[in-house]
Write a protein that binds this ligand. Structure first.
Ligand SMILES: [Zn+2]
Ligand SMILES: [Zn+2]
Length: 345
């Protein structure tokens, strides 16, 4: 079968190659991949900026498809089931984090598409416990975007203190930001989302997805007017989804005293910021990383009850062989989510 693989360490070394089809072991199923999303992690692995990658390995951790074969001892699934896949291929199950259901923090966690073979291939073997049934009405394109939605469910529904009626600020209208927007709206919060000039199209999508205010801001400007928009002291909770230091400054300025700052985006380098704001305004700063099974269940539930729309986040799709085009568009920051499909749909 064809698979898009990182062949060895170092920048580049990514190619579509022919490898033997995998066979499911005990407790695993074989999934025929329908679509797989291109994500920042894939780009980092391409450029050798992701130390956890273990080449040679098939890339792609956001994927969905159909169960085509059951390994021994698999009981909960049948061939033909439409599924999406949790990115955790394995975790220890014994550490304090695993015991608390916080498997995203397990030191032994192995992820599909980086430490073990992922979904940029026609076929992939997946442990039974990592499968989630796709709601019937959901397309396979949308099925491939469940992973960022699970990230947003973790950030908004588990890490943050969002409750109905409060003002939420989201900086960065990328895929995760737009998923966070929809989860916050599903929880009946009021949402202000901000982006820069290059986010014009993304902010239009944010408007269609129900944002109360969509603001295109100049990186030099601060956000003093958030207090006017919120009719009070500022935003109650900020989700920083851009990984940009200017946006951190904006969040700290726009939050009310006693507000909550949730850092979602990664910067990839140390940043300068005015930490005094955190002291003077008694801001609660929290990080959020990935997701666990509980967040996936909530994300699938939001899809089942049609509280979120993932279709608007798909910007384009390419056959596996044309992966460089998808990677290039994603890296340029054009559009939102680009998908690869290994088999002609
Ligand atoms: Zn991802
Ligand atoms: Zn563990």
């Amino acid at each position: 079968m064809k698979a898009l693989r990182k062949l060895q360490r170092g920048p580049g070394n990514v190619e579509v190659v022919e490898i033997p089809s995998p066979a499911p072991k005990e407790g695993e199923v074989l999934v025929e991949v329908k679509y797989a999303g291109i994500c920042g992690t894939d780009i980092h692995i391409l450029h050798d900026l992701y130390p956890k990658a273990r080449p040679p390995v098939t890339l792609g951790h956001e994927f969905c498809g159909v169960v085509t074969q059951l390994g021994p001892q698999v009981t909960g699934w049948r061939t033909g089931d439409r599924v999406t896949v949790d990115t955790a291929a394995s975790f220890c199950g014994l550490c304090q984090f695993c015991k608390a259901g916080q498997t995203q923090l397990c030191n032994q966690r192995v992820g599909y598409g980086s430490s073990t073979d992922g979904g940029f291939a026609s076929l992939v073997t997946v442990r039974e416990g990592a499968l989630h049934r796709l709601p019937d009405h959901l397309s396979f394109q949308e099925g491939a975007i469940c992973e960022p939605l699970a990230c947003a469910a973790h950030a908004v529904m588990e890490v943050s203190s969002v409750v109905p009626g409060i003002w939420v600020l989201i900086t960065g209208p990328g895929t995760i930001g737009l998923c966070a927007l929809q989860v916050a709206k599903a929880m009946r919060a009021k949402v202000i989302i901000t982006g820069t000039q290059r986010d014009e199209e993304r902010l239009k999508v944010a408007e269609r997805l129900g944002a109360d205010h969509c603001l295109q801001i100049n990186p030099q400007d601060s956000l003093p007017f958030i207090s006017q928009l919120t009719g009070g002291d500022g935003a109650d909770i900020a989700f920083e989804c851009s990984g940009n230091a200017n946006a951190v400054k904006d969040c700290l300025a726009a939050l009310r005293k006693g507000g909550e700052m949730i850092q979602v985006g990664l910067f990839g380098h140390p940043i300068l910021s005015n930490y005094d704001d955190i002291v003077l305004k008694e801001i609660h700063l929290k990080g959020t990383f990935g997701h666990n099974r509980g967040n996936w269940v909530k994300a699938i539930n939001l899809l089942e009850t049609r509280k979120v729309n993932l279709q608007l986040l798909v910007s384009g799709e390419f056959p596996l062989s044309r992966w460089p085009e998808g990677f290039r568009l994603f890296e340029k920051g054009a559009g939102l989510k680009y998908l690869l499909y290994p088999i002609k749909q």
